[in-house]
Ligand binder design. Structure first.
Ligand code: UDP
Length: 354
C-alpha cells in the first residue's frame, strides 16, 4: 500500500515521527513530500535528523510566499508527484497551508485522504489555520481526532459516510518516544540560566505578529513579565524575528534561535511556566506537568482551559500578562485526566486504515 504524506511545517515533522514509524513497521510504503513551507534548517532539517524521519521523496520550493500564492505553487508542484507515485492513500496533518494543498491535490487526483488532528475548531475566521483545517476535514475520508471535543465538532457539522475515529494526540506519542533523549545544548544558552526558575515562551501566530500594535503590546507584556516575575527564555520563530525588526520592536527577554525538539523537551522539563501561542506547546506543557498561559483569546485545546492547566491571555483585551501568569502559577496542580489519549494514537490510526 502506497501512502503519500504531505508535510511542510515544523509541527508536522514532529507529528509525523510516530506515524511514519508505525507505517513502516506495518509494511506501508511511505513517500514523504516536504513542501518547503518551513525551509530554514533550524525549522526543518533538524527534526528529520534528530527524530529519524524518513528522507523526503521530494522537497518542494514553496516557502516564503503569501497564502494564496503558496497554495497555488504547492498545487503545481504536487501534481506531477501524485501522478508519478499513484498513491493509494494521501495523509496530511493539522492545519497549515501544506495540509490544505495536500488535501486539495488528493481530491483532484481522487486519492482517499487521511486527516490526522481532524475536527479542531477555534471558530475564529481570521485564522488561516481555521480555513485550512475545515476544508481539509471536508475532503478527508478518514478523520482522526485527538479529543472528544474535536469528535463532537465533526458530528455536529455532519460528516456523513466518513470514518471519524478518536485516537488521541500523535504529539503525545512523539513526546513519549523522545522524552528520554531530551538534551541541553550550547545553542540554548548557558545551563546555569535554566537552573533557576524561568518561563519558556514561544510566539509566532499570524494574528499575534502581523499587526504592529498587537505585537508591540505583546512585546511590552513579555518584557514586563521578564523584569518582574521571572526571566523568560524564548527560542524565536523566524517569522516573529522578521516582524520585530520590521516594526522596530525591542524584545528584551533571553532570546535563542529556534531549537530542536530534543532541546525543547529538555527546556520543558526545567521550566516553571510556559507562555505560548502554539497549540503543540500548550499540550506539551500539560504532558510535562507544567502550567501554561495561552497567548490568544481562544484555543482549540479547550480541555486545557477547563482543567485549569492553561489560562487564556487575550491581547486584544489589553489584559496584563504578569498577574494572569501569577494566578496560574499559584493555582496549577498537575492533572490526572487524560483527554489526549494514551500515547498510542499512531498505532490506532494504522489499525483503522486496515
Ligand atoms: N518547537 C521546537 N523548537 C522550537 C519551538 C517549538 O521544536 O524552537 C516544537 C514544540 O515543542 C512543538 C512544536 O514545535 O512540538 C510546535 O510547533 P509550532 O509552535 O511551530 O506550531 P503550532 O503548535 O502552533 O502548530
Amino acid at each position: 500500500m502506497k501512502v503519500i504524506t504531505i508535510v511542510g511545517a515544523r509541527p508536522q515533522f514532529i507529528k509525523s515521527a510516530s506515524v511514519s514509524k508505525a507505517l513502516q513497521l506495518n509494511g506501508y510504503q511511505e513517500y514523504v513530500i516536504h513542501t518547503g513551507q518551513h525551509y530554514d534548517p533550524s525549522m526543518s532539517t533538524v527534526f528529520f535528523e534528530e527524530m529519524g524521519l524518513p528522507k523526503p521523496y521530494a522537497i518542494l520550493n514553496c516557502g516564503n510566499l503569501k497564502r494564496d500564492e503558496m497554495l497555488s505553487r504547492m498545487k503545481d508542484e504536487l501534481k506531477p508527484i501524485f501522478d508519478a507515485i499513484q498513491p493509494d492513500i494521501a495523509l496530511v496533518y493539522g492545519d497549515t497551508n501544506s495540509t490544505l494543498a495536500g488535501a486539495r491535490m488528493a481530491q483532484e487526483c481522487k486519492v482517499p485522504l487521511v486527516h490526522i488532528e481532524a475536527g479542531l475548531r477555534s471558530y475564529n475566521d481570521e485564522m488561516p489555520e481555521e480555513h485550512n483545517r475545515v476544508e481539509s476535514d471536508h475532503i478527508a475520508k478518514w478523520l482522526f481526532t485527538p479529543t472528544q471535543q474535536a469528535t463532537e465538532n465533526l458530528k455536529r457539522e455532519g460528516f456523513k459516510g466518513r470514518i471519524i475515529e478518536q485516537v488521541g494526540d500523535v504529539m503525545l506519542d512523539a513526546l513519549q518516544m523522545f522524552q528520554s533523549s531530551a538534551v541541553h545544548t550550547e545553542k540554548m544558552g548557558p545551563i546555569s540560566f535554566f537552573q533557576k526558575p524561568f518561563a519558556l515562551a514561544t510566539m509566532h501566530r499570524f494574528e499575534n505578529i502581523s499587526r504592529p500594535e498587537r505585537l508591540a503590546f505583546l512585546v511590552d507584556q513579555l518584557n514586563t513579565f521578564n523584569d518582574t516575575v521571572m526571566p523568560v527564555w524564548m527560542p524565536l520563530h523566524p517569522a516573529t524575528a522578521v516582524r520585530l525588526k520590521e516594526f522596530g520592536l525591542n524584545l528584551s527577554v533571553h532570546i535563542a534561535p529556534p531549537v530542536g525538539y530534543l532541546e525543547m523537551l529538555w527546556a520543558l522539563k526545567q521550566t516553571s511556566l510556559v507562555l505560548t501561542d502554539s497549540g503543540g506547546l500548550q499540550k506539551e506543557a500539560y504532558y510535562s506537568d507544567k502550567p501554561s498561559v495561552t497567548l490568544r483569546g481562544e484555543t482549540e485545546w479547550v480541555e486545557l482551559i477547563e482543567m485549569g492547566a492553561s489560562i487564556l491571555f487575550d491581547p486584544s483585551k489589553k489584559e496584563l500578562l504578569a498577574p494572569k501568569a501569577r494566578n496560574i502559577l499559584s493555582a496549577f496542580k498537575p492533572g490526572t485526566k487524560a483527554p489526549y489519549g494514551d500515547g498510542k494514537a499512531s498505532q490506532k490510526i494504522i489499525n483503522s486504515l486496515g
